[in-house]
Design a protein around this ligand. Sequence first.
Ligand code: ADP
Length: 542
Amino acid sequence: MLGLMQQWPLLCHKIIDHAAAQHSRREIVSRSIEGPIVRTTYEQVRERSLRVAARLAAEGFERGDRIATLAWNGARHIEAWYGIMGMGGVYHTLNPRLFPDQIAWIMNHAEDKALFVDLTFLPIVAKIAPLVKSLKKIVVLTDAAHMPAGAPAGAVPYEEWLAEAATGFEWLAMDENEACGMCYTSGTTGDPKGVVYSHRSNVLHAMMAALPDAMGVSSRDVILPVVPMFHANAWGLAQSAPMVGAKLVMPGGKMDGASIYELLDTEKVTFTAAVPTVWLMLLQYLEETGKKLPYLKKVVIGGSACPRAMTKKFQENYDVEVIHAWGMTEMSPLGSLGTQKPETMHLTGEAKLDMQEKQGFAPFGVEMKVTDDDNRELPHDGKTFGRLKVRGPAVAASYYGGAGQEQFDAEGWFDTGDVAHIDENGNMQITDRAKDVIKSGGEWISTITLENLAVGHPDIAEAAAIGIRHPKWDERPLIVAVAKPGKSPTRESLIAFMDGKIAKWWMPDDVVFVSEIPHTATGKIQKTTLREQFKDYRLPTE
Ligand code: ADP
């Protein structure tokens, strides 16, 4: 027997329709690339998205065509996304922090036909456009007055291009399983792999993300997604915010402490999200200036492990609740969030911080398990760690073009490549990426634990733990650290600081200070580069 309810496909443009119908005057505030702060509303964004769709369709772009964006977070980028999706296209976010050759490789792999680009990135486009044969159209997200003389041949300014679009376009009726978006994982090993989102997966993910025990956002929130739309869909916020009708504040290209603080303060932001490196800059700015965060209630921190010291500062010095989150591009991206269940909500002080070092529990729509190398499920005891596997309606079923098939099994589980344990309340903690874990005497040492501990040292800004070859133990930990400005911590003081806080055999064999640690395009420590840099390093314990 079938249900007798309406078929109402889960299509992304319904999100912007809803926002315009229910929250028409709610603002989207953007720090524009041209400079000034620009204000628009959901009603206007919907209207302009329809024009984007009309214009793309009129120029012959078709259902299924991949249309790239190389842009910061701003209202025009959102309009482009909804317009592309609403005419049946597939938005493809490009990460400008990659090398131009990598971007061109990705665009060729995806066969992108058009590109929406911010002024900032025109120099990149000058390098990649000749390499991408499928590319037919470049729209620069600005107006004619701001088009630079050296813009690529044939590139058109967005505002004028949009003004010429026909009105009265109707969103395409589609199957909810059709593709609507695409994002490549940064490929720290091997070639980048393409993840293809469907309308259905994006709508379900936006709902999951908004749930009270996930991000917990509402129409009364003012959301500042510092995490870029090109980094795993801005963690779903470009869809969750209009879905719930929250005001959006978009930071454009300025992510330094002073610029982020200015928006948090003047727009009375209640909710924000980004990777730890962004918050390092903001906290440093707050400490230098003595400023406070009177409006901000919650900050979601993920993408790499949120150090305990960071959580402590936000909560104790600024009264801002930290939600530690884990996810990946392949999961749209949210996998787990560290909000408290009744079992742990009574915790305070250090015990609460212990809990918050975990990456939290899965919302509805994510199934999660930890297995050994033979695919046997491991107990939820908060200590036995193994391979973290997930499945759900917003988790990739395969990569574009069939790469990386070994990560997907016959029962639909996706092997995340992360190593984790899960406790009796379902709270998961990542101990490592499988390829980063340090193997010492047949046992594993968690690099995340070592790094978190090291950055708790008052004079250390950032730290990375890597395994160095050792004749007896196979590998032993080396800490590569960056001192805080004006401080000069020593190897001995760091070792003394860590001593007693972890098992003896987890203690680093050595510490090296460097001026900078390399990062990937999504702000993670680039372990491959570090391992290469230290491949001939001899430990004093050898
Ligand atoms: P990329 O690999 O392209 O940078 P992702 O942003 O999708 O792309 O990276 C996902 C990975 O980031 C996860 O598999 C995990 O290793 C790491 N990660 C994300 N959030 C956390 C977190 N809170 N703690 C530890 N690791 C995290």
